[in-house]
Design a protein around this ligand. Structure first.
Ligand SMILES: NC(=O)c1ccc[n+]([C@@H]2O[C@H](COP(=O)([O-])OP(=O)(O)OC[C@H]3O[C@@H](n4cnc5c(N)ncnc54)[C@H](OP(=O)(O)O)[C@@H]3O)[C@@H](O)[C@H]2O)c1
Length: 283
């Protein structure tokens, strides 16, 4: 079972590298953006013609939510053209594609967790390009799993947890928004879920399971609650202040509520998902 991972140096990519030794029966091939540029179809074809993977986990993306507002072409090239290119080569080489998407495809006006069937309505360029990437894959072929996730953090690369810990060493007080509600996702848990999906697919191949799935840790919180827990677990004594989104304007508008309903992924793949607090403690 050969699994190619694109975007291998991002936080999800590094999390997949971290757990790879737990799966000796899988031959992982990790491609950084220098090894495989997903926005370049010719490059994708060259790499796939050599590797002919059974599965491709796409951990590559343009993830700078605010910067995307001022460079939409770059976000489009990676998140839409890149996703389409991978779908095209996966179709050509009979590879199953596991593609990661985002809670930011939703507008956040819901008051109960989003299911896979809820209608997306992105509020910014990043969310729009991720949604268009999903549609590009769906228009190309059927052998895909699109996994939407939220608030990804890990010990690797850049993320909210690492920013909070850095700020705690530089400042006495920090203000964090408390009126955006979602669920943190440990990238290592997401990585394990992706591998579990590929393993299940490999063990019992069926077209019935292809489609869109939600994955995050269990529970919900605000960014303020998340920061509070990060400081508590890491014994950081800092004056943490809750503020409304209106006091922290950003170029991209973010969903107020983006909790994902994970019933489908749990039922289909038998996943047991840790609470966000328990998973945060494992880092
Ligand atoms: N981070 C979050 O909070 C969050 C939330 C919801 C969903 N997601 C989704 O989760 C997935 C993983 O995110 P992440 O946090 O691991 O992202 P990340 O840390 O920003 O990593 C993204 C990786 O993609 C690579 N990349 C960029 N352009 C590329 C290209 N043209 N070809 C190949 N690789 C390219 C980057 O490589 P270089 O550094 O070399 O450019 C980087 O290593 C993404 O699909 C993202 O949209 C993330």
């Amino acid at each position: 079972m050969v699994v190619l991972v694109s975007g291998a140096n991002g936080q999800l990519g590094q999390s997949l590298q971290f757990i790879a030794p737990n799966y000796p029966d899988i031959h992982f091939i990790f491609c950084s953006s220098a090894d495989l540029d997903i926005s370049n179809l010719e490059n994708c074809q060259t790499v796939f013609s050599k590797i002919k993977p059974n599965y491709c986990i796409n951990a590559a993306a343009y993830t700078a939510v605010d910067k995307a507002e001022s460079e939409p072409e770059k976000a489009y090239l990676i998140n839409v053209i890149g996703a389409q290119n991978l779908a095209a080569v996966c179709k050509q080489y009979a590879t199953v594609l596991l593609h990661v998407s985002t809670d930011f495809v939703f507008d956040g006006n819901a008051s109960k967790p989003y299911s896979e069937d809820d209608i997306p309505n992105p509020t910014g360029v990043y969310g729009q390009t991720k949604l268009d990437g999903e549609k590009g894959i769906q228009a190309t072929f059927e052998n895909y799993y699109i996994i939407r996730t939220s608030w990804v953090y890990s010990q690797f690369a850049n993320n909210f947890m690492k920013t909070m810990l850095r700020l705690a060493s530089e400042r006495d007080s920090i203000s964090v928004v408390n009126d955006q509600i979602g669920t943190p996702t440990n990238a290592v848990d997401l990585a394990a879920a992706l591998v579990q999906i590929a393993l299940t697919d490999n063990r019992q191949p069926t077209t019935d399971n292809f489609g869109i799935y939600n994955f995050s840790n269990e529970g919900q919180c605000s960014w303020y609650d998340f920061a509070k827990k990060i400081f508590e677990i890491n014994n950081k004594n800092i004056d943490l202040k809750p503020i409304p989104t209106s006091s922290f304007p950003t170029p991209a508008k973010r969903p107020k509520f983006s909790v994902l309903d994970k019933t489908k992924i749990k039922n289909t793949f038998g996943l047991e998902i840790k609470s966000w607090e328990d998973s945060l403690k494992t880092i």
